[in-house]
Design a protein around this ligand. Sequence first.
Ligand code: UGA
Length: 447
Amino acid sequence: MALKITVIGTGYLGATHAAAMAELGFEVLGLDVVPEKIEMLQRGEVPMYEPGLEELLRRHVAGIEGASGRLRFTTSYEEAGAFGDVHFICVNTPQKHGEYACDMSYVESAFDALAPHLTRPALVVGKSTVPVGSAARLAERLAAAAPAGAAVELAWNPEFLREGFAVQDTLHPDRIVVGVAGERGEELLREVYATPLAEGSPFIVMDYPTSELVKTSANSFLATKISFINAMAEVCEAADGDVVKLAEAIGHDERIGKKYLRAGIGFGGGCLPKDLRAFMARAGELGADQALTFLREIDSINMRRRGHMVELTREALGGGGFLGKRVAVLGATFKPDSDDVRDSPALNVAGQIHLQGGQVTVYDPKGMENARRVFPTLSYADTALDAVRGADVVLHLTEWREFRELDPATLGDVVAERRILDGRNALDAALWRKAGWTYRALGRPSA
Ligand code: UGA
């Protein structure tokens, strides 16, 4: 009989995973402790913007016309325990308030709430990003609390999906990493992932600690790549070089590669920044802090980009204060094709200028609602054109396609000054300059 799957925690990761499991043919029960989230999902609505996810969900949610009916939702752990053969834990592990370490309380409550309802053989699979050593500890806790005892196994199966590509990354993962302590875990996960395995996704089996480390080291490497190119941008600015050309040229070396070398205002979001910090904190606890001191530098290069963008804006406005100056900000999300503003460099820059007295107006294609919630004192416009009306300078801070398609001449007619700063190195400099704009970008020559 086909495996029955539960997905605990229906945020980005869980909602996508639940819909993907239903797409792969399994009966799926999604669980969240927030009833409003469950009600939305039951209606086939996704609580965030993620391309393709709502369509995927609506293809499977029970009660939606024409849907397979394989996907249902609940708030009851009792129901989840009775239903599932495989339980995926997908709750988040945010940064602790005032500390580098990550907050494990959601993971721990999920395990504690589920365990008493595991009365028959089952596999619990952790997907959340956790400090190394957590899986071994949670396995013991599970064995002690589950009525089925040793018949309940734990596996760790980190997730590598990118926001904006979550559906694609979940259905066609570039690798499946599995940390196990016994054979049953591997067997069941091979069954769960039979379709991507048949497509050729590599399946890499290892112990718990290695699987936990794979996730944090992958994100640390990605962050390092971005901060490397941003450090080169700083040097380019001092030497009058061009970081975009530099990245293109070094990227032809296959060992370096072209991807993830876009210089700009740096990385943000709910993963990279907090994962770096949690990794450093954990290495410290393990007595291996020296190995990761370089990540401190990666973090500070990254945070410096935001301040640098503010200073470039000040310079563009003549070098004085921001008081009375109108600044248009295009982009609020941490990256395009997402409505996520968590630790967004764009919103951070907008906020800094606003707090220094600038009149900042923000426009973002999908992130307005979330941005308003985080930063209600900024002004928001309904379109890019409205945002730039009367602006003394325009900042391009999230590289949405919509912004690349803007007509510099049309915008030029409504701004006070044709000045644009490209914080993402994504606009066509020649096009903007031809339309009479002063165009500047991070790490590139000014003219
Ligand atoms: C990241 C990883 O890419 C995923 O593999 C991982 O699964 C995920 O974190 C996670 O841990 O859950 P995500 O946060 O969605 O995914 O975003 P990325 O596409 O990695 O971008 C992160 C930030 O880096 C963005 O702010 C982006 O603008 C910035 N970035 C990216 C650059 O500044 N330059 C680049 O060349 C690439």
